[in-house]
Ligand binder design. Structure first.
Ligand code: IMP
Length: 214
């Protein structure tokens, strides 16, 4: 069987793990070699200047498809908190970059510290939030598709769980009574924003990737 190579336009190891796993489980993933950006060290960091998740996902996927000549898949995602007017939103990864890091503190831990501080006086009923993921696929010939997925939750008052990455320890899913960091990778994929977006992408993959075969 012919192997197709696609490249995931992300440096985030947590996302590469989740997306590669989901591709591997899917029918569309058969005969597909999924590469990460580390296979293309010459590609410079892509600035996420878009105002929306969709704009940023397209920006990254277009740039990597052009640079590699391969079909590129990029996700832009983040945490949207209602009582913060949607913050940290598209700035989720860099939310606390204007805060002094504690000794040895990771970026994820600093983001969580800022979020918990900002929400300090907000009661549980007003802490509604959601993870949003937009995934863009771009072919070197310029064809594009975008899909989105949303995961509704509540921002916790203190971190719970050890799994996952980013804001997972402070994101509580009331339907299963656990934080995202208390779920296994498989459990998270089944309900997460990225899992939903990727399943939507895979559902449309054959039409996008090989439209002539239908
Ligand atoms: P991006 O690389 O600009 O899409 O940054 C997304 C940021 O949003 C990550 O660095 C995390 O802080 C946050 N984020 C996105 N998806 C997740 C998730 O599944 N769990 C926890 N945090 C997430």
């Amino acid at each position: 069987m012919k192997t197709h190579r696609i490249v995931l336009a992300t440096q985030n190891a947590g996302k590469v793990r989740e997306l590669t796993g989901l591709f591997a489980q899917s029918r569309a993933g058969h005969g597909m070699e999924v590469l990460g950006l580390e296979a293309f060290p010459d590609i410079a960091d892509i600035e996420e200047t878009g105002a929306t998740f969709e704009e940023n996902a397209l920006l990254k996927a277009r740039c990597v498809a052009k640079a590699t000549g391969l079909v590129s898949v990029a996700d832009d995602s983040g945490l949207v908190v209602d009582c913060l007017s949607g913050a940290p939103g598209v700035h989720s990864a860099r939310y606390a970059d204007n805060w002094q890091a504690l000794p040895g503190e990771s970026r994820d831990a600093r983001n969580i510290r800022k979020l918990l501080h900002t929400l300090e006086d907000v009661p549980p009923r007003d802490r509604a939030c959601r993870f949003v993921s937009c995934i863009a696929a771009v072919k070197p010939d310029g064809a594009e598709m975008t899909v989105a997925g949303v995961w509704e939750g509540v921002a916790l008052e203190s971190p719970r769980g050890e799994n996952g990455f980013g804001y997972d320890p402070v994101f509580f899913d009331p339907t299963c009574g656990k934080s995202a960091a208390e779920l296994s990778g498989e459990e998270k994929n089944a309900r997460s924003h990225r899992g939903k977006a990727l399943r939507a992408l895979l559902g449309r993959w054959a039409d996008f990737f090989e439209p002539d075969r239908r």
